[in-house]
Design a protein around this ligand. Structure first.
Ligand code: HEC
Ligand code: HEC
Length: 308
């Protein structure tokens, strides 16, 4: 009887599956992200490139998308008034935010607004971009003094809106709540996190000299390799101490899956953490509003530049 029962039901199950299949696969289809294993030969590839691809018919919007792309890849030059260091968005979000395991931003606009622990409230994509300027780009820094009067980016600054237009354009087709499997992948599994006091900066330094300094320089300031230049990992031209990358485990997650550039994924979880502990033991610009962060949450343990 059970056999007959299953047998009788099967065609209907198949029918349901066959009907559902396109829906299921459509909502989970991965975008054409650059594979992390391809390293340097794809350094300048952009699966979606607004300088070549067709853009929305609205010419104002199309212009903003193109501007946003240029801002993303040449941030210090194109967004000079809000960028007081030598990092482009592209330094951390490789290939225009379109490379797997390098904090890709494809589809991300569909995830906002979202609750943000550091702000203790719901934030928009534009708020998020402002945060990146303030912290990763050190907009609150003092040098070089820009001539413009608007020194602090806001969600309506033209640079922020253009970046938002670009990120929204690479997010087209993803509706609110779409599963974004490639999001949040630059994370070391909790069970493999080494307590901070057991991380060894000297080991981190040795690894740095062995595996990173050919491109990042022994002084961590970055050297030119062809037409690429690795960014400063510490010092006055790096991200400030309120940035996501100033957290040891966050930085370890970037390093673990995106670096070293020619062989990403080759480090162990532990090595990436020793490296991050070394890099984030170095001096960097101060973010002046750290005391307003985490108004409702505990300061995370790995936010080593915050007073606990
Ligand atoms: C120093 C490295 C670094 C730079 C430079 C940087 N970011 Fe980020 N970005 C991060 C990290 C790390 C995160 C992950 C969030 C966290 O833990 O704080 C992030 C997250 C984001 C997010 C949210 C992604 C998500 O999945 O929620 C957006 C959007 C973003 N960055 C845009 C930008 C833009 C635009 C710029 C340039 C103005 C930029 N970033 C520059 C490191 C960087
Ligand atoms: C073959 C050269 C190369 C090696 C080796 C290398 N990097 Fe990088 N790294 C780069 C380049 C180039 C970028 C910027 C990418 C871009 O702009 O597209 C970068 C970016 C980064 C970033 C993002 C912020 C910044 O300062 O640009 C971090 C963090 C980083 N590397 C850490 C490391 C660590 C740690 C190692 C050693 C395990 C390492 N890298 C090894 C070339 C390299």
């Amino acid at each position: 009887m059970p056999f007959l029962y299953y047998f009788g039901e099967m065609p209907i199950k198949f029918l349901i599956l066959a009907l559902l299949f396109p829906v299921l696969t459509a909502s989970q289809e991965n975008p054409a992200l650059i594979r992390s294993s391809t390293a340097m030969e794809t350094a300048w590839d952009f699966p979606k490139n607004p300088l070549n691809d067709s853009l929305p018919a609205d010419s104002h919007l199309a212009a903003q998308i193109r501007t946003g792309f240029l801002l993303f890849t040449e941030t210090p030059r194109k967004a000079a008034r809000f960028t007081r260091n030598l990092l482009s968005c592209n330094n951390c979000h490789l290939n225009g935010g379109q490379r797997e395991k390098a904090m890709p931003l494809v589809g991300i606009s569909s995830a906002f607004p979202e609750y943000n622990k550091r702000s203790g409230r719901l934030i928009s994509l534009e708020d998020r971009i402002v945060g990146c300027f303030l912290r990763s780009e050190n907009a609150t820094g003092t040098r070089p003094a820009p001539p413009d009067r608007e020194l602090i980016p806001s969600p309506t600054s033209q640079e922020v809106l253009a970046l938002s237009a670009y990120i929204s354009w690479i997010s087209r087709g993803f509706t609110v709540g779409s599963p974004l499997d490639w999001r949040g992948q630059n994370v070391i599994p909790a069970k493999n996190l080494v307590p901070l006091e057991r991380l060894d900066r000297r080991k981190g330094k040795e690894l740095f000299l062995e595996k990173c300094s050919t491109c990042h320089g022994e002084d961590g300031q970055g050297v030119e390799i062809g037409d690429k230049k690795a960014g400063p990992l510490w010092g006055p031209m790096s991200w400030n101490d309120g940035a996501g990358a100033a957290r040891v485990y966050t930085l370890a997650g970037i390093i673990r899956f995106a670096m070293p550039y020619l062989d990403p994924g080759s480090l162990t979880d532990e090595e990436a953490q020793h490296l991050a502990a070394f890099i984030n033991s170095k001096p960097r610009p101060k973010f002046p509003f750290k005391s307003s962060d985490y108004p409702r949450e505990k300061v995370p343990v790995d936010a080593v530049y915050y007073k606990k």
